[in-house]
Design a protein around this ligand. Structure first.
Ligand code: ATP
Length: 294
């Protein structure tokens, strides 16, 4: 019986693998067939980065007609500064990140980087200027090291080692039997949300873009993971213009400016201390989160 079972079991495995490979291929071809919604404007120029200042001017946006998400949004992120965007769930925080990276185009107003309207520059030059650390990082079915290299495929081995150290990943990697050669992704080792974010931070460090966009994960992290991520973020934010979409206010108390969004509009802005003293929306959110932590 076992003589029959083993080959059949093996055939089953081969069949499942082929099916999975075909599905991957179908998905990929599906993606390629789909016409991209956002393309370069005729005569689009290359973004000329000088300082890395970001400016939202009277920005409005809606995903669907008659459901405005952002309205008359004005704010500036001075070059080299760290700005946090906070607000209740659904306020439009991630939408700001999607508009900046041009996954969507503004319905009204404009977004400028160093004085250039991002809808008039090539997507390639825009996206080279911005490194994103998304909420949910996609890991490829490959080793941790290859997943990090994806940030800049021509990076040297020494650059990758440095990114691993700056992203505070070396202890995690050292704890794995095969170190940075360990396979991750759907078919490899399952990594936690915090570890995934640090892999994304290492990619962002490697990319060396002047602007960093950090979309903080919503899921609660334990305080050790949070501290590791905060330290990694600080390393990468040094000498960068950074925009942090934050859910946990404890992670952005050091921001140069905090923008508080409410129903897609700017409710208030200032430093952590200024906003606490103002006793408005931010102060209420802060007190609520402090209570929840206790
Ligand atoms: P959270 O803190 O929960 O991540 P957020 O402030 O980042 O929320 P957004 O993701 O920017 O909020 O969403 C703002 C609004 O836009 C929400 O009401 C959401 O339902 C809506 N929305 C987001 N993405 C889409 C989409 N692709 N199509 C239609 N509506 C969308």
């Amino acid at each position: 019986m076992i003589q029959l079972f083993l080959p059949l079991n093996f055939l089953g495995f081969v069949y499942r693998e082929i099916r999975r490979a075909l599905t991957d291929l179908e998905n990929m071809l599906g993606l390629l067939k789909r016409k991209p919604q956002i393309t370069d404007a005729a005569g689009a120029s290359t973004l000329q980065l000088t300082k890395g200042e970001i400016r939202f001017e009277q920005v409005a946006f809606q995903y669907q007609p008659e459901r405005p998400i952002l309205q008359q949004l004005n704010f500036t992120v001075p070059a080299g500064s760290k700005v946090a965007i906070v607000g209740a769930s659904g306020a439009g925080k991630s939408t700001i990140a999607r508009l900046l990276y041009r996954f969507y185009t503004t319905s009204a107003g404009r977004i400028c980087i160093d004085g250039q309207d991002i809808s008039t520059v090539t997507l390639d030059s825009l996206r080279r200027a911005i490194a994103i650390v998304p909420q949910d990082t996609v890991l490829f079915n490959s080793s941790i090291r290859e997943n990090i290299r994806y940030g800049r495929p021509d990076a040297s081995e020494a650059d990758i080692d440095q990114a691993i150290a700056l992203a505070h990943l070396q202890h995690f990697i050292a704890s794995l039997p095969q170190g940075d050669a360990t396979l991750v992704g759907e078919r490899g080792l399952k990594v936690s949300g915090g570890e995934k974010q640090r892999i994304a931070i290492a990619r962002a460090i490697l990319k060396r873009s002047p602007i960093l966009l950090f979309d903080e994960a919503t899921s609660a992290l334990d305080s050790a993971s949070e501290q590791a991520i905060l330290q990694a973020m600080r390393e990468v934010a040094r000498n960068h213009t950074s925009v942090v979409i934050a859910h946990r206010l404890s992670t952005i108390t050091d921001a140069d400016n905090i923008i508080v969004l409410k129903h897609g509009q700017l409710a208030e802005q200032g430093s952590h201390d200024e906003l606490l003293a103002a006793g408005g929306e931010y102060a209420r959110m802060w007190q609520l989160q402090q209570k929840q932590q206790q």
